[in-house]
Design a protein. Structure first.
Length: 475
């Protein structure tokens, strides 16, 4: 097994939970999403039940009985069962559902409704079940309108014991002054004006629509104190950690995101300081595009309006992702109307990904879980000591230069793999000074992985016999 590891010393720390060599997630923008498409997309990619022939999900996805994914005996298409999650709008726009909708004539907000369904309840259910994990900005609404809604949302999270979203994904600059981005990272308005002017001339030749030139003068101001759109203090006080800025951070036809070194370990996380001084971890995204076109925005279907981002999922690219020990965060708009009807080839690419996951090669999970694991692994504090010829490997928590020290329990480290150098025949693995028992550590050769659930990782084939560690004890 070719687990990618980092750092020198008596042990090497793997980048992903055992036995995976790489990681993959989808970070989709909720733009132009309907309730029907949200349900259908999540049934296909995240559900494990059958999408029955002629069901609402079937019809919304544009499925047919001629699809290669169609099960003739069951009369439907099986869900792929991935652990993906989605973004959400706190306040809806004219094309997308959200938790709330603004009524301009009455100058007030009410819980959004679509086709007779309460959208706020749908979002709350998605957050509880892990189907939603990321904010997608607050559009053009100023703080005095956002703050009461956001505070009530956070109170609901606390009452319901639901994790507050830690991930922020910027929406289009042109319509989202509430977005987060340091002013120094945003291009000058004259530069934007030049680009929009050029796009209005040549863009239609490549399938890109013209945009109003006034868009050049809109900037992200959600982290700018004194701006009417300033909201970052509320987000930071409620646990936000990860941001996608929409500033030169999308990589086309690149399966593995670029890495830099933090704490002596390679990581996709980059520190960013907002205009109000708050610091977060920034991440990039990537997508695929057929070199022959079409071009434009990333969806899950090729059309004159955009491309199918899943072109990135190929056998060659997955081999490269594992070889490099890389992370892929796929950028797309999978609940957009331009993502359906969905082609067989698109579903087949994700079926390929599922096979790689089942083989124990690529860890497929949600954006929030992937980013949190990456942060923990990057800043994990490990201390070594000796008692005679015994090496003691003590995992002492997290030393994050932005968010400070955090104590970790074994449950937070489930799947963590450590390769012990061949010269270390006698050693103990401990968490917070307490040695782990023989049922909490499994061994494959000189590789050891931590087991908080006692047995094996869900959905993972261990690929080797588990051996007891001899002489484990407290110290």
């Amino acid at each position: 097994m070719n687990l990618v590891v980092s750092e020198l010393g008596p042990i090497e720390l793997s980048k992903y939970p055992y036995p995976y060599q790489a990681a993959f997630t989808v970070a989709s923008d909720i733009d132009s999403a309907s309730v029907l498409r949200f349900r259908a997309i999540h049934a296909l990619f995240c559900g494990d039940e059958l999408i029955k022939e002629s069901s609402p999900e079937w019809q919304t996805l544009g499925c047919t009985s001629h699809s290669s994914c169609f099960d003739k005996n069951l009369r439907g298409i099986p869900g792929l069962g991935f652990d993906f999650a989605d973004s959400f709008f706190l306040i809806s726009d004219p094309t997308t559902f959200g938790m709330y909708r603004y009524l301009p004539k009455e100058n007030r907000f009410q819980e959004d409704d679509q086709l007779g369904e309460n959208c706020a309840a749908l979002v709350r259910k998605g957050l509880k079940e892990g189907q939603i994990d990321s904010f997608h900005a607050f559009l053009h609404y100023p703080r005095h309108q956002v703050e009461p809604l956001l505070n009530e949302f956070y109170r609901w999270c606390e009452r319901s014991n639901v994790s507050k979203p830690r991930v922020w994904i910027n929406h289009s600059t042109a319509v989202t002054p509430s977005g987060l981005c340091p002013d120094k990272l945003q291009p000058h308005s004259l530069y934007r004006l030049a680009r929009l002017t050029a796009r209005s001339v040549v863009g239609p030749l490549f399938g890109r629509r013209r945009l109003p030139l006034r868009n050049a003068f809109v900037r992200y101001q959600g982290d700018t104190p004194g701006s009417p759109y300033y909201v970052n203090d509320l987000l930071a006080a409620n646990g936000l950690r990860y941001v996608w800025l929409n500033m030169d951070d999308i990589h086309r036809n690149q399966i593995a995101l670029p890495e830099q070194e933090q704490n002596g370990r390679p990581t996709i996380l980059q520190p960013v300081t907002m205009d109000d001084g708050v610091r977060y971890w920034r991440f990039d995204r990537c997508y695929g595009q057929n070199p022959a076109g079409p071009f434009g925005e990333a969806y899950l279907r090729d059309s004159s309006e955009g491309c199918d981002a899943s072109h990135l999922i190929t056998e060659k690219n997955l081999v490269e992702l594992c070889r490099s020990g890389g992370t892929c965060i796929l950028y797309t708009h999978w609940t957009h109307f331009r993502s359906v009807p969905m082609a067989d080839e698109t579903i087949s690419r994700f079926e390929m990904l599922r096979r790689w996951q089942a083989a124990g090669k690529i860890w497929v999970t949600s954006t929030a879980r992937l980013l949190e694991w990456t942060r923990r692994r990057t800043f994990l504090r490990i201390e070594y000591s000796r008692e005679g010829d015994r090496l003691i490997v003590n995992i002492k928590g997290l030393e994050d230069p932005i968010f400070g020290h955090e104590t970790l329990e074994l449950a937070d480290l489930h799947g963590l793999a450590l390769r012990v150098r061949a010269t270390e025949a006698n050693f103990t693995i401990a968490v917070n000074g307490k040695a782990l028992g023989s049922d909490q550590v499994h061994r494959v050769g000189n590789l050891y992985w931590l087991d908080a659930k006692v047995g094996s990782l869900p959905g993972i084939r261990c690929g080797g016999r588990a051996e007891k560690l001899i002489g484990q004890r407290d110290f």
